[in-house]
Structures are given as C-alpha cells and as structure tokens.
Design a protein around this ligand. Structure first.
Ligand code: ADP
Length: 332
C-alpha cells in the first residue's frame, strides 16, 4: 500500500472534517501518500483529485460540512460509471480508499471491492445514526445538540404563551434523532416512523397534561412519519404541519409548528463527534495497511472496532423501547 484516496459522499455530517484530517495525517505519519477526491463518487469518475499534505487539513477540525465536498452520483451506480472510476484510480496509482458517508455510500464501497483490486473501507458518517453494527455514526451528536438548542428556545416561548409546539426534526427512515432529543428535551410526545400512533391519543395526552397544570406541550416528530390518517401532500409532505393542524382542530389549543430543516446538518462538530471521527479516521488507515477490505470502522460498547460492510448497510429500524417508554414516563 503506497497511496490512498479519501472521499466524503451522500449527506454531509458535522465531524466529516475531523475524520478527513485524521485519515490524511495518520496516512502521512505511516509514510503513505494521500489523494483527496472532491464531490464524492462523482470526483472518482471525473478524476477530480488533488494531493493532500499535512497542511491540507489544517484548521478544519472545528468546521462543519466537508472540505472535500459531497455529492450524490447516479453514474456511480452504473457499471460503466464505476469502470471509469477504477481506471482513474489505477492511473493515479491509488491502492486503497477510505469512504466517509451513509449506507448508500457504503454500498459504493462494496462495489469497489467486488469489482476492482483497489481496497476500500468505510467510515459511518451520517446524522441519522441509522446503520447497523455501530452504536454511533459521525455527526449524530452535533445534530442532537443542535436540535436540543432549538427545543430549549422553543420551550421558552411555549411556556410563556402556554402553547403547544410541534417540532419536526430530520430522520426520513429513522426516528433516532427524534427519540433521543425527545428524551433529552422533555417532549410530551415523540412521534417516530417506527411506532404507530393515532392523532387522538396525542391530543388526549396534550389535553390531560394541560388539565393537570402543564404550561405547555412539546411534540417532537421525525420527518419520516407517514401519518396515514391525512394526505401529506396537502401539508407539503410535512407530518409536523399535519399534526399541528389536527391538534389545533381537535383540542382547540393554539398550536405552532417549527420545521428545523437543514440547520440540523451544519455546525461545528461537538467534542464527541470530533473524538470519534479522529479515532475512526486513524482506524480506517490501519485497516488498509493491514490489507483489509470491505470493512467499516464501527463504535460499539465505547470502543472503536470493525465490522463487515454487508452487515452495516442492513437498515437498522429497531427503536430502543426502553428509552421510548422512559421518555413517556418522564413526560407525564
Ligand atoms: P448516503 O451515503 O448518505 O446514504 P446516498 O444513499 O445518496 O447517501 O448515497 C450516496 C452515493 O453513494 C450515491 O449518490 C451513489 O453515488 C453511491 N451509491 C449509493 N448506492 C449505491 C450502490 N448500490 N452502488 C454503487 N454506488 C452507490
């Protein structure tokens, strides 16, 4: 192994930069050359490569986003697109690659390993924390803290005006962010794609809370909640807007809706995201030096370890019911 590449792909996540920094500096420390690839897999196909030195990753440990830029690239899903990518990497003398991204990006890693002799390993980078085989994906801690900051601020207004607030957070297929921030933010109700509910039970709990003297109600809802009882198209696809309307109609309470949107993806990475990203970056380089391929660096039981990518990309749609039940009890 003489030369490795590094890229970020799919949705950006805070902590990708500390991971890139760690890959680059660990590799240089181990006498490897490093090539940065811009725009994810698109950059492999278009040969958007540049040599990286220690200084290339200076002053990025605290920055959100990714200096390598990220992209979604349909061409990499085609065999002809991937062939171009492999030819470009061969021409550049790249023997191994570290890909930082979510489950889609990791499927790309599987393809590289199946179809070429370039060794590829993955680092889980997504705010959704929806991969199997790892307790943690880079970015989730920062996203949770961003959401909590918003919840705290909304709570001030909710209390002052004795209102109900519905807060819609990210998580198209996974309710992890909603669940954890619901517990930490003291939400009255947490609505997740993984757990069925009826609007009436939500309204009843809100009414009961106000009758017991609660000054406000906060409902956290994941954007991926399907809400089969309404036509979401009438609400711009937003389950939060739909729930806000239903609560207003059925309880007669003033109800406001906040969709947090993309502010959840940005921001300076938290200490935990930086620490995990730094450790994962170094581990990925180590794996390549050991000649490993098709592995993802993971974080389990407070340790950095390794798992098979085929296991990691299986969707993790299990919700921790202990945490869900606890949040319910604590919000009574
Ligand atoms: P994420 O990595 O955040 O889940 P995507 O699912 O959009 O984001 O995947 C990012 C990119 O990874 C895609 O645009 C594509 O270039 C590549 N990719 C996704 N799935 C595959 C696949 N099955 N085979 C090859 N490349 C893939």
């Amino acid at each position: 192994m003489k030369k490795i590449a590094v890229l970020t792909s799919g949705g950006d996540a805070p902590g990708m930069n500390p991971a890139i920094r760690s890959v680059v500096r660990t590799a240089i420390y181990k006498n490897l050359e490093v090539v940065g690839v811009r725009h994810g897999y698109k950059g492999l196909i278009e040969k958007d490569f540049f040599d990286m030195e220690r200084g290339s990753v200076a002053d990025i440990v605290q920055r959100g986003g990714t200096i390598l830029l990220s992209a979604r690239c349909d061409e990499f899903k085609t065999e002809s697109g991937r062939k171009k990518a492999y030819a470009n990497m061969k021409e550049e003398g790249i023997d191994g690659i570290v890909v930082i991204g979510g489950d889609g990006s990791l499927r790309g890693v599987q393809k590289i390993n199946e179809e070429s002799d370039i060794k590829a390993v993955g680092i889980p980078g997504t705010i959704d924390n929806d991969l199997s085989c790892t307790d943690y994906t880079i970015g989730v801690d920062t996203a949770m803290n961003t959401i909590l900051d918003a919840v705290n601020k909304i709570r001030d207004t909710a209390t002052s005006h004795e209102r109900t607030f519905v807060i819609e957070c990210m998580g198209r297929e996974s309710g992890y962010l909603a669940l954890m921030t619901g517990l930490a933010g003291g939400a009255e109700y947490i609505l997740l794609p993984e757990i069925d509910f009826t609007p009436q039970e939500v309204c009843d709990k809100i009414t009961q809370g106000f009758n017991r003297g609660k000054l406000h109600s906060l409902i956290i809802i994941a954007e991926g909640v399907e809400a089969p009882f309404v036509d979401l198209n009438e609400y711009n696809g937003s389950p939060g807007m739909a729930m806000g309307e239903l609560i207003r109609e059925r309880t007669g309470m003033e109800t406001r809706v906040t969709i947090l949107g993309h502010l959840q993806r940005g921001g300076s990475p938290t200490a935990t995201d930086r620490i995990v990203a730094s450790r994962m970056g170094a581990k990925a380089v180590e794996l390549l030096l050991e000649g490993k391929r098709d592995k993802m660096v993971n974080y389990k039981d407070n340790s950095i370890g390794v798992c098979e990518i085929k296991d990691a990309v299986k969707k993790n749609d299990t919700i921790n019911m202990d945490i869900y039940n606890l949040a319910n009890i604590l919000s009574m």
